[in-house]
Design a binder for this molecule. Structure first.
Ligand SMILES: [Zn+2]
Length: 66
């Protein structure tokens, strides 16, 4: 396996899908490669955490009520 360069579908930037990430995906049984760069994923996640659900939430344990 080798690092792969993918293109983010959100911002169009190229990002690296590293060997270890590929191994992680494989281990988890994910068939799709990541669609977004780290920055966009992070932004997405932050959005989700702010309670702005877009519909593809689902089983996400450990909700935080502070
Ligand atoms: Zn991006």
């Amino acid at each position: 396996m080798a690092d792969k360069t993918l293109t983010c579908k959100d911002c169009g930037a190229e990002f690296i899908f590293t060997e270890s990430e590929q191994a992680f995906y494989k281990e988890k049984g994910f068939e799709n490669e990541p669609q977004r760069c780290a920055a966009c994923r992070k932004a997405k996640k932050a959005q989700r955490n702010s309670g702005n659900y877009g519909g593809n939430g689902g089983s996400y344990g450990g909700r935080r009520d502070r």
